[in-house]
Design a binder for this molecule. Structure first.
Ligand SMILES: Cc1cc2nc3c(=O)[nH]c(=O)nc-3n(C[C@H](O)[C@H](O)[C@H](O)COP(=O)(O)OP(=O)(O)OC[C@H]3O[C@@H](n4cnc5c(N)ncnc54)[C@H](O)[C@@H]3O)c2cc1C
Length: 398
């Protein structure tokens, strides 16, 4: 039986995360939106040295008694309620760490854990997207060629979240997807570990973005970047493309949780403002008797709840090591949709003030949209859902 009732451990940690989101993250959100590419070091250090002692989900390899992914989902949602851009600056394993956990050998996972035991904040990142391919990741052109006891990587990767933090600001690691045989299509795709400060890896640009501006998103060039043979993630037999997709099975619910966090921030703010103006939402009243604003709020709450329940279902499956590709795409689509709609509606309800930078509503609208873009766009996740339900292969339904 599925039950989403949280354990005391999750409830306690969420409560602690809420105090960080409310007191430390939210008050700085506007500053770091205005100062794109400035790193919130004070926050990163606080998380690394203090908050991690309590928040298990920020430590790779911590011994979780139960439901580790469920805990992570709740913390993601709460931090993104504070600020999505700040969440993206968390010094924790993130997407690169997911890829290592999914495809790595025991030795590679142990290396990741070791990195997260140092005395300085550390980040990981994952580089898949290239200029000619984002959604169609099997078309990557970055090459990995075996040369003696090394792999030599050449190529250009775009939109790599946290690349600067992982490669320049810390002794982190980047998971790079490259092809060892371009004629083999997706079968040639393999993941590689590139350590910070490896010669031949260069950040050439930080993207200026619409939203989540506290988070760095970089262009990374690999030029004759030589790494040891054992830095291929997993073994030579690891099915690279399957590994990329499996990484998304856990990454998508986390991205969806981020979207839900932003949508909830908007809705909480709207309800606060309505209460200040003496407007109380009447629940349990027939719909035809509600005012228009009450209907809007009740509809938004229903949509938010639906998205969150889908995220919880996908997370519940991860914790039980059950397949969740369908549920993971479903929650991602729903969260991307509702955060877009709720943040736009929030601006509409607040009128001109909603459009002003005096409030965070306009920022939430810009930030939230990315939930519908990265970790697979809304359209791509709809394709995944359709294939699963109709039992079509990716060749049959493109
Ligand atoms: C802030 C941010 C952070 C990111 N972080 C990372 C990162 O850390 N690592 C990384 O590797 N990438 C990252 N990305 C890249 C992101 O994953 C890609 O942008 C995304 O996969 C879409 O790829 P694309 O931009 O090339 O769009 P395209 O694939 O060119 O798609 C363009 C449009 O066409 C639609 N489309 C494409 N194919 C189909 C189809 N078959 N059917 C219907 N519609 C389709 C898409 O949905 C989209 O609307 C990030 C992007 C952003 C914006």
């Amino acid at each position: 039986m599925i039950s989403f009732e949280n354990s005391k451990r999750i409830l306690d940690q969420v409560q602690y995360a809420e105090s960080i989101a409310r007191e430390q993250i939210r008050p700085q959100a506007r500053y770091y939106d205005d100062h794109e590419h400035e790193l919130p070091w004070e926050y990163a250090n606080f998380i690394w040295h203090t908050a991690r002692k309590t928040l298990d989900s920020l430590r790779p390899g911590a011994v979780f008694p139960e439901e580790p992914f469920m805990l992570q989902i709740h913390i993601n949602e709460m931090f993104s309620w504070g600020d999505f851009g700040f969440f993206m600056c968390l010094p924790f394993p993130a997407l690169g760490g997911n890829a290592i956990e999914v495809s790595g050998t025991e030795e590679q996972k142990a290396r990741l854990r070791e990195k997260f035991q140092g005395d300085k904040p550390t980040w990981t990142c994952m580089a898949l997207t290239e200029a000619h391919c984002g959604s169609d990741s099997s078309a990557i052109r970055t090459r990995a060629v075996k040369d003696g006891d090394s792999w030599v990587l050449n190529g250009e990767k775009l939109f790599v979240t946290s690349a600067r933090k992982a490669l320049i600001e810390s002794e982190g690691v980047m998971v790079v997807w490259a092809t060892i045989d371009p004629s083999a299509g997706r079968a040639g795709m393999k993941p590689f570990l590139v350590e910070a400060k490896t010669p031949g890896v260069k950040i050439t640009k930080l993207e200026k973005k619409l939203g989540i501006r506290a988070s760095d998103t970089a262009v990374v060039i690999l030029e004759d970047c030589r790494i040891p043979l054992e830095n291929m993630l997993g073994s030579h037999m690891t099915k690279g493309f399957k590994g990329a997709m499996a990484t998304f099975d856990s990454a998508r619910p986390t991205a969806a949780a981020n979207g839900v966090g932003v949508a909830r921030a908007t809705l909480d703010f709207l309800k606060e403002q309505l209460a200040l103006n003496g407007i109380k939402i009447r629940y349990g009243v027939p719909r035809n008797l509600l005012t228009s604003i009450e209907r809007d709020i009740v509809d938004m709450e229903a949509q938010l709840r639906a998205a969150w329940l889908l995220v919880l279902k996908a997370a519940w499956l991860v914790d039980r090591r059950k397949p969740n590709t369908l549920e993971s795409s479903m929650c991602k689509v729903k969260a991307g949709d509702i955060v877009t709609k709720i943040t736009q509606k929030g601006i509409e309800i607040m009128g001109s003030m909603g459009y002003s930078r005096r409030l965070l509503l306009e920022k939430w609208m810009r930030d939230g949209k990315v939930s519908d873009l990265f970790e697979g766009t809304g359209q791509i996740n709809r394709l995944v859902i359709a294939r699963r339900i109709l039992q079509y292969s990716s060749k049959e339904l493109k």
